[in-house]
Design a protein around this ligand. Sequence first.
Ligand code: UN1
Length: 498
Amino acid sequence: MAAQRLNHCGAQPPLGGDSGDLVCRTPITGGAMFFLPCAGAEQVDAAVGTAHATFASWRTTPAPQRGRLVKRLGELLTEYKEDLADLVTLEAGKIRSEALGEVQEMIDICDFAVGLSRQLYGRTMPSERPGHRLAECWHPLGVVGVLSAFNFPAAVWAWNTAVALVCGDTVVWKPSELTPLTAVACDALLARAAKDTGAPPGVHQLVLGDRDTGQQLVDDDRVALVSATGSVRMGRAVAPRVAARFGRCLLELGGNNGAVVAPSADLDLAVRGIVFSAAGTAGQRCTTLRRLIVHEDIADRLVDRIVHAYHRLPVGDPFAAATLVGPLITARAHEAMAQALERAQADGGKLLTGGETLLRDEAPQARYVAPAVVRMPAQTAIVRAETFAPIVYVLTYRTFEEAITLHNEVPQGLSSSVFTSDQREAERFLAADGSDCGIANVNLGTSGAEIGGAFGGEKATGGGRESGSDAWRAYMRRATHTVNYSAELPLAQGVDFL
Ligand code: UN1
């Protein structure tokens, strides 16, 4: 398996790095590959300075011209799709098809952003005063600090960056410490796109580093918007600091995504949707299905089918064509999974399948696990917490109302779905008093959203929206314009003065 392919990755970091450098590892073997230097505080400061200075000219570059840069980026991503996908597999451990899908998601958002570059529409409102025109206009916001996570090491950056660039913003990116190589490649492709299209190179800055690097961006007054993807814990640390300086925040934090399966559901379709959402990406998407809320009449039948499908899931080297589940990202993620399974069982949960560590001999430093299904007697504290690993908890319900209540009774509110053939139930799930998530699906799983919609969620998920629809507005500032083209000066609200 992976160990053969990457047998040069040893237990020890390779020679030659400084103490402050990032050690690049691959979860495929768990081994170190090489070092990359981190940005020091001065370099981070200089990167923000460059982005800030470049903003002064980029904001007045016509938006359709800004779109040319993103168009070229999309072309380069298409050209290097396979290579970039290789890096995503190497660093994040994604299977080939999902790694290619991640790059496709980047190409898609570039297409979207290019179209957007001619559609940054403002509205015109009827003025209450004669001879006046009332309108709004969207202007570039400033420097956008992008903090991204390991699990979508490239696409989340692209969602933010493609949109920010056409909106006239410049970007400073601090990727996850776990996926710096992918970031270096993305940065290089964007630098080339800038060169090819005559855009200023300072529109994008990459800063590799740890928590302190991220914190520096969070605290820098010149960073107008901090777009952060990661854990709820990270969001809790970031949001108050940005608010304290009246900066803007766009948070895409944890999910604890649930699917309701009703008695009328097409079970063939449901099983496929559930298995992809729950076990795909080794449970390491923020949209991963973590809670299955099944009608009691079909629970045994559905669970049997899921367990059966899980037994046939090939876990292993993500570069191998047959593999569907790659490794967990770190030993820590593995510990978190083991602890969650222990707690769930202590709460009366029954482990129906999975949880074992696999491929220990072939790759002793890597963490391969069998995706787990746990039947729970109730939605206990561990079910209400997001564990970033392939565990799906099964709960049962009797009435649809009960299902919705159970579904919404968690702190997070990212993605959700219902499997049903009953239109009333489907509509009820999507209604104002249905799912409380930012994403609500019917007859498909919770993960794998398209870029055309706004992506994000409510409650502890942070409230931010990225990617499609009108999410671009978060990257711009709105100016309301009132123009008096008359020779009179009527005051609003009929006020008399002078
Ligand atoms: C994430 O896990 O942070 O909807 C993003 C999905 C992907 C994006 C996930 N398009 O699963």
